[in-house]
Design a protein. Structure first.
Length: 545
């Protein structure tokens, strides 16, 4: 009996182990499939800037100002696809697709879908999150959004001009008469009840040719155009630009996409017309991963990072003789204001005394720094991020601030924070500006110098905007960012006692002509008194015979 019980226990144990192994086996298979899937997500083809990841903004960052990251009227890409508040523009996208199909009668809808299907997997892998969309739905979204971007940003302008040069019936893809084609479009507009479709940006002229879509901008209204511009420059509202290129190649029947990229870059230039840009018409960007990346390229500084620090060391005996005066007055041994003593910097780094912030504009002004607006030069244009400091004068481009500035800057920062391969130039600029104008008095000072121009209610709002922009930023002050040399040079200028003394005299005794005249008279009287005293002492020591 005991042996039978022991045999039964062993049999039950073996069965339970087999069942456990069976369950674990299913788990191993499931986890292996998941591991292969997530591994495939990281296998984005390395094709230059087109392989950039389109990321979601982290939740704790979004909570600071969620309206800066979410579209108002237009959804591009999968993250906000299907939102109820954006349905009107989803219906409008079909008119853009119809416009593209009418530009080239030799291509039909099947041709576009077939070609886009070949790059759909690559496009899906460009997103940081798992896209919960069926393949057909994702493919339809790529085609509609690609046609919208291509047409709304002027990528089809050159094709439209060529079409206008042809016969009046060149746009009739169905070999109908001009009157039949116009009747079809009119019928399409009458079937649509929403106002967006009624103001669709395409139509047919009396001669049968396609109307210019941009003739309808005034009909749509400025609100629509402004909100669409806002939505196209959101990080989460992007599709890979190679999708737009593929659509252009199909509709243009040519290998080069230069007319497309050039026209879209021109449209972004118009959208950023209030900001200085160093990129000229002859050197517009040709390669970019999406529209926001193109926008970031226009803000790229022309100032190069300092790879090495230059300094001048005088003869040893002169250096020893002047060391006491330099240490007391904190005067740098340099050739000009763009160079500083590397030995002091090395000593600071050795003892952990790292510079970890900028000063306020008021503080720099008290140290004798003068702020000047950098005027745009057509021969040698500058970017918004170009900042120069020489001979105690800081030159900065004008910064235009309105209610949309914060949203644009937030998305540019989010792009750099999520894609470090594109640098941190804009992030460094925001950190610099947030500390330079951290108080309303700083905004007022730079406003007087025409460096900051805004139409907000108060200077407090401007300083608050840039303070909030720098919140939760990850930035290495000891890294090789493009403003590091400038930062150290200005800090050395600020620490110089003689600079602060001269600035104090200028602000307190030479601020108006009468004070300057009084100070000058005081100096003359003091000099005369000293001379008289010296002559008196000499006469006493060595009286005349």
């Amino acid at each position: 009996m005991a042996s039978w019980l022991l045999h039964q226990a062993i049999s039950m144990s073996q069965c339970s182990n087999a069942n456990a192994k069976g369950d674990i086996g299913h788990l191993v298979i499931s986890m292996t499939e998941q591991l292969d899937y997530y591994w495939s997500l990281s296998e984005v083809c390395d094709e230059g800037p087109e392989s950039s990841t389109i990321c979601r903004v982290q939740q704790h960052i979004r909570e600071v100002d969620k309206f800066s990251y979410e579209p108002l009227v237009l959804s591009i890409g999968p993250y906000h696809h299907g939102a109820s508040a954006l349905e009107a523009m989803e219906r409008e996208k079909w008119s853009y697709l119809d416009f593209i199909l009418k530009l080239n009668c030799e291509k039909n809808l099947l041709d576009y879908l077939t070609e886009l299907r070949k790059i759909a997997k690559h496009a899906r892998l460009c997103y940081s999150e798992d896209i919960k969309m069926e393949d057909d739905e994702f493919l339809e979204m790529l085609l509609l959004d690609g046609c919208f971007i291509l047409t709304a940003l002027g990528g089809t302008n050159e094709l439209f001009k060529r079409l206008q040069q042809r016969s009046g019936t060149a746009s009739n893809c169905d070999s109908n008469t001009a009157e039949d084609t116009e009747a079809q479009i009119t019928s399409h507009l009458e079937e649509s009840n929403d106002s967006q479709a009624q103001t669709s940006n395409y139509g047919i002229n009396q001669n049968g040719s396609i109307k210019d879509r941009f003739q309808y901008d005034d009909v749509i209204g400025p609100w629509f155009a402004r909100f669409v511009c806002h939505d196209l420059l959101l990080l989460e509202n992007q599709i890979p630009f190679f999708v737009v290129k593929k659509i252009f190649e199909l509709v243009a029947c040519q290998g080069t996409v230069a007319p497309c990229t050039d026209a879209i870059a021109k449209a972004i230039e118009t959208a950023l017309c209030w900001y200085p840009k160093s990129i000229q018409e002859s050197c517009r960007p040709k390669e970019f991963c999406h529209v926001l990346h193109l926008c970031l390229l226009y803000f790229r500084p022309t100032v190069k990072k300092e790879d090495s620090y230059h300094y001048q060391v005088g003869p040893q005996y002169i250096d020893k003789f002047l060391s006491f005066g330099r240490n007391y007055l904190r005067i740098r041994n340099h050739r000009d204001d763009n160079e500083y003593d590397i030995r002091a910097i090395s000593a600071n780094e050795q003892y952990g005394q790292h510079l970890n912030r900028w000063r306020r504009a008021i503080q720099y002004s008290e140290a004798g720094v003068k702020f000047m607006k950098m005027e745009q030069d057509k021969v040698d244009p500058h970017s918004l991020l170009d900042i120069h400091f020489k001979n105690g004068v800081m030159k900065m481009p004008c910064v235009a601030v309105d209610e949309y500035t914060e949203g644009l800057f937030r998305n540019l920062i989010a792009f750099e924070q999520n894609c470090p391969q594109y640098g941190d130039d804009f992030t460094a600029y925001i950190v610099f500006l947030s500390q330079l104008i951290s108080m309303p008095e700083d905004v007022a000072l730079l406003g007087q110098r025409k460096i900051i121009e805004h139409h907000l209610d108060s200077d407090d709002q401007v300083s608050d905007i840039f303070t909030m922009l720098s919140k939760d930023l990850v930035f290495d002050f000891n890294g090789n960012y493009y403003l590091k040399s400038l930062c150290l040079t200005m800090e050395a200028h600020y620490q110089s006692r003689i600079n602060r003394w001269v600035a104090w005299l200028r602000l307190n005794h030479f601020s108006n002509p009468w004070l300057a005249l009084a100070a000058f008279a005081t100096v003359i009287v003091l000099v005369c008194t000293i001379v008289q005293t010296i002559y008196g002492i000499l006469a006493y020591v060595d009286p005349p015979k």
